[in-house]
Design a protein around this ligand. Structure first.
Ligand SMILES: NC(=O)C1=CN([C@@H]2O[C@H](COP(=O)(O)OP(=O)(O)OC[C@H]3O[C@@H](n4cnc5c(N)ncnc54)[C@H](OP(=O)(O)O)[C@@H]3O)[C@@H](O)[C@H]2O)C=CC1
Ligand SMILES: O=C(O)[C@@H]1CCC=N1
Length: 264
């Protein structure tokens, strides 16, 4: 696959890392204006770093847009006359709707919207996908890419903002929970490095239990909570202090915010 990542910033480079580690491309173009920040990537074979979005588009089939929402319109205007039947446009841009893309490049392009997260760098992204009508014929290509770099599901476009909060912002939310657990472990006497390892691996184990068993979290919680034991004591104290409520309120606040940055 000849892939271009237009906008090799935080997310774009995470995708690039995932593609490189998984050897999942034939050629890979990475674009941004300050390309001096991408020097390391020129060492990989078949990776080209350039400021020239049009060159990247000409030489690629799959175009992954990972620029800020305010930059997207200008970039689509810049490259639209380079687009041909071979191109599949995959946007990761938050709030930039398919209709807004079609208004610039036309309805006759294969357009996919994707919402991955930065765990794509280590092949563990939860990615949500949707497409325009024409793009339905090529969404399998996007699925193949994102399934190689994690897990993907197809959702209706009207759920993309919610998916952004849960999956993309979600990485930050889970990081904070891991950090808080680490702080608790330090207070219980572990050094910082061990504390973080205990927190991270326990988080991974809990998540893996659900993924592999398909069970509800409460079913697994029941197995851990000895009657009158320390787990239920800790859980109830956390809930008295608003753990679940705080998470749900944070998710709602994030969703409220994301709807103010939608570009129609
Ligand atoms: N970060 C995340 O976890 C996630 C982000 N997203 C979405 O992905 C998009 C990118 O986010 P993120 O990576 O965090 O943002 P960044 O600001 O880190 O990356 C955007 C990149 O675009 C480059 N850029 C700007 N203008 C141009 C241009 N004209 N041509 C080529 N490149 C350009 C910038 O580099 P330079 O200034 O050098 O040109 C920058 O590196 C956003 O729309 C965001 O909402 C979606 C899911 C997760
Ligand atoms: O924080 C943000 O607005 C973007 C969208 C999801 C991740 N980063």
């Amino acid at each position: 696959m000849k892939i271009a990542i237009i906008g090799a910033g935080n997310l774009g480079l995470s995708i690039a890392k995932g593609l490189i580690v998984n050897n999942a491309f034939t050629t890979l173009y990475l674009t941004k204006r300050k390309i001096e920040e991408l020097q390391n990537y020129e060492e990989y074979s078949n990776v080209t770093v350039t400021k020239d979005n049009r060159e990247a588009v000409q030489n690629s089939d799959i175009l992954v847009f990972a620029v800020q929402p305010t930059q997207m319109e200008r970039i689509l205007e810049e490259i639209k006359d380079q687009l041909t039947e071979k191109h599949v446009l995959i946007s990761t841009v938050t709030g930039f709707k398919i209709a807004a893309m079609e208004a610039i490049v036309g309805q006759d392009q294969f357009i996919v919207r994707s919402m991955p997260n930065t765990a794509i760098a280590v092949g563990k992204s939860m990615t949500c996908l949707c497409s325009n009508e024409k793009g339905e014929k090529r969404i399998a290509i996007a699925e193949a890419i994102f399934n190689r770099l994690g897990t993907s599901i197809i959702i209706p476009e009207n759920k993309m903002q919610a998916a952004t909060v849960i999956c993309a912002s979600g990485v930050a939310f889970w990081m904070r929970l891991i950090r808080a657990t680490t702080q608790g472990a330090v207070q219980l006497g572990f050094d910082a490095k061990d504390a973080q390892q205990l927190a991270m691996q326990t988080c991974l184990g809990a998540s893996s239990l659900l993924i592999e068993s398909g069970k509800h979290p409460e079913e697994e919680i029941d197995k851990v909570t000895t009657p009158r034991g320390c787990t239920i004591e800790g859980l109830n104290e956390m809930e008295h202090n608003g753990l679940s409520s705080s998470l749900i309120k944070g998710i709602q606040a994030s969703f409220k915010k994301i709807n103010t940055i939608t570009i129609d």
